[in-house]
Design a protein around this ligand. Structure first.
Ligand SMILES: *[C@@H]1O[C@H](CO)[C@@H](O)[C@H](O)[C@H]1NC(C)=O
Ligand SMILES: *[C@@H]1O[C@H](CO)[C@@H](O)[C@H](O)[C@H]1NC(C)=O
Ligand SMILES: *[C@@H]1O[C@H](CO)[C@@H](O)[C@H](O)[C@H]1NC(C)=O
Ligand SMILES: *[C@@H]1O[C@H](CO)[C@@H](O)[C@H](O)[C@H]1NC(C)=O
Ligand SMILES: *[C@@H]1O[C@H](CO)[C@@H](O)[C@H](O)[C@H]1NC(C)=O
Ligand SMILES: *[C@@H]1O[C@H](CO)[C@@H](O)[C@H](O)[C@H]1NC(C)=O
Length: 499
């Protein structure tokens, strides 16, 4: 945090200068300064307000928390009426989303588009400043809806655009969000290229629409993901906006110099657009952020890095630097996410992107306006997982006191069922068979399942029943669980009978 690359210092200095100008303006009549500072307050980064938690504060409380971050805008993953009502009168710019599942019907049917707009948009205008309407979330990453939905994105956008026009709404930009896997090449940035399966059928019509309407290409860009798959070759400081010049990367084709990984990723998208002849389409970052916790095998997911990433991002972007390929061009940016969301499946990071805990306590302080000096934040605990954990890892029963036995049995059954002989040893007659040991069997089943499938993306989670550990579970003292044991045993026997 103390070492800043020279170009970062440059932006810090320019925003300090801006603050001195703020100070001078403050001497102007009171009403002027109030208008000025409230407008300034709404220029911070945006925040993704996700709601996949069963313990989250109300929309009204959430709006207060969003304001405390000095966010300038907020993005939701649907068009939830209570959230849109709570955002009325706040001045925050709002991005709403059409769920992936209804894209085909909206694409096929102008009346369906009209109906969606009149239910989800019109009732909230103008008090809620809806400014972006995103049609689908990372649709082009979901191959299960390839046939049904990919080529429906642009027609759905056009129908919704028509519906807005018929209601004389002209200040909402339409688009869709894509993940970095829309690119088949992103290194060096000048080599950025869209995947060949989407470039012509989807991306070209999308870019044509976005250019015509002067809208944005919305991309989800996570330096964390890029860095964590290659933490030995990419310096962490380069991902966290605090590289020293020796870590900078120079693109051999363009000679542009990169001081951080996000710029590099964004310029690869710009290069990919340029390759299709759309050098001028504006870019927006629909999601970026850093997880504050992760599983044992997830490097660098901690509060320290999350705080540093988001603080530096806010500070950096307050200078409106654009990217090396497009210096000085303004970009809407939405940090992911407002809360840790406990109902998201997958690896530990998935539930830990929040700037707040569900109990409204900040995970760390961050000022999304970027005006707060970095060294004015209180010190953070040093991280202990910034290099990959190299020891053996087991996936075991998380041992919650409040476990639902039915759920645990179902999870064990699932793990045994999808694995290839995973549970043979713990079935009656198997070498590790012991009666009355549901927790022990869960350790066995979860671990073998995970060891078998983690390479293809399986998580050690089982809806919270499983967790990673560095301690060999065969050396644990076991709890004795006899509850409903016989029923569980019957399940395992059934599984075996089916084989
Ligand atoms: C809207 O959001 C609120 C708060 O998260 C939630 O309680 C409610 O169920 C949501 N409504 C719909 C229709 O999803
Ligand atoms: C089009 O959408 C409207 C409104 O949702 C619906 O009533 C109608 O049945 C749809 N038409 C077709 C052909 O799907
Ligand atoms: C999509 O269509 C192709 C060609 O018609 C077919 O082979 C494929 O199975 C379909 N995929 C899905 C997910 O339906
Ligand atoms: C650029 O991408 C191509 C494939 O599209 C790849 O073969 C090539 O190695 C890349 N160039 C560099 C310098 O990585
Ligand atoms: C335990 O689980 C039950 C049912 O899932 C839930 O109602 C209760 O609040 C939980 N208790 C604790 C302490 O988490
Ligand atoms: C399951 O394991 C057996 C023995 O290791 C092997 O012969 C068989 O091909 C495996 N089946 C699958 C579906 O992987």
């Amino acid at each position: 945090m103390k070492q800043h690359p020279s170009s970062l210092l440059f932006f810090l200095q320019t925003s300090e200068m801006k603050m001195r100008v703020d100070g001078l303006l403050y001497l102007l009549p009171l009403f002027l300064s109030i208008i000025f500072s409230s407008a300034q307050g709404l220029q911070g980064l945006g925040v993704n307000y996700g709601t996949l938690g069963n313990n989250l504060p109300s929309p009204e409380q959430s709006v207060q928390l969003i304001r405390k971050l000095n966010a300038g805008s907020v993005k939701i993953n649907d068009a939830n009426a209570s959230i849109l009502s709570a955002l009325a009168g706040t001045g925050l710019r709002v991005s709403i989303m059409v769920p992936n599942q209804i894209i085909p019907s909206i694409a096929a049917n102008q009346s369906a588009a009209d109906e969606w707009v009149s239910t989800n948009v019109l009732p909230f205008l103008p008090a809620t400043r809806i400014r972006y309407l995103l049609v689908g979330n990372e649709v082009l990453s979901d191959y299960s809806i390839k046939n049904s939905t990919w080529q429906a994105i642009v027609p759905a956008i056009k129908n919704l655009h028509q519906s807005l026009k018929s209601s004389a709404i002209y200040n909402i930009k339409l688009g869709t969000t894509l993940a970095m896997d829309a690119l088949s090449d992103s290194f060096p940035p000048s080599n950025g290229t869209f995947r060949s399966d989407i470039a012509e059928p989807v991306i070209r019509p999308l870019l044509t629409y976005l250019r015509k309407t002067r809208s944005f290409f919305f991309i989800d860009a996570y330096p964390y993901n890029a860095w964590s798959t290659n933490p030995t070759n990419i310096p962490l400081d380069y991902a966290l906006f605090q590289a020293c010049p020796s870590m900078y990367f120079t693109d051999p084709v363009t000679n542009l110099v990169y001081s951080n990984l996000l710029d590099q990723m964004l310029d690869s998208v710009i290069a990919a657009m340029g390759r299709l002849g759309f050098k001028d389409v504006k870019l927006a970052v629909a999601e970026t952020g850093w997880p504050n916790w992760g599983d044992l095998d997830q490097v660098g997911a901690n509060v320290y890095n999350a705080a540093v990433y988001n603080r530096n991002l806010a500070r950096w972007m307050a200078g409106k630097p654009g990217t090396p390929a497009r210096p000085g061009v303004d970009m809407p940016i939405f940090v992911f996410a407002l809360y840790n969301e406990n109902m998201k499946p997958g690896p530990g990071t998935e539930r830990h992107w929040g700037m707040y805990y569900p109990n409204t306590k900040p995970v760390y302080q961050v000022d999304l306006s970027g005006r707060r000096q970095l060294d004015s934040y209180p010190p953070l605990l040093s991280p202990n997982n910034n290099s990959p954990y190299l020891g053996p890892i087991w996936c075991v029963f998380a041992g919650s006191k409040n476990v639902s036995w039915t759920e645990l049995r179902e999870a064990v059954q699932y793990a045994c069922g999808v694995g290839n002989g995973t549970c043979n040893a713990i079935l009656p007659g198997g070498e590790c068979y012991k009666p009355n040991r549901l927790a022990r069997d869960a350790n066995w089943a979860f671990n073998l399942y995970w060891q078998q499938f983690k390479k293809s993306g399986a998580a050690c989670y089982f809806n919270g029943l499983a967790t990673q550990t560095a301690k060999d579970p065969s050396k644990f003292p076991f709890f004795l669980f006899s509850e409903q044991f016989s029923q569980y045993r019957i399940h395992l026997n059934l599984l075996r009978a089916e084989e």
